[in-house]
Design a protein. Sequence first.
Length: 78
Amino acid sequence: MSVVRRLGDPPKLRGSGTMETCPDIFELSDGTFAVIGTEATADLDPLLPPDAARADYERIVIIDRETLLRAKRDIPDA
């Protein structure tokens, strides 16, 4: 598996001065997506709706709105 491309703009274009700790979204070679965000599993897990589930190996991460909106143009429709 490898990173194929970034979705959206790189951190520098989103205003990061250091480019060290910025959320990001990547498409992987197997068609899945990887997200870099702030780990929030402990805070958000108890707040998930009843029809949501998280496996022990899964984590809930937060990305800011701007990162997702800038990635929208690169997210395939199908």
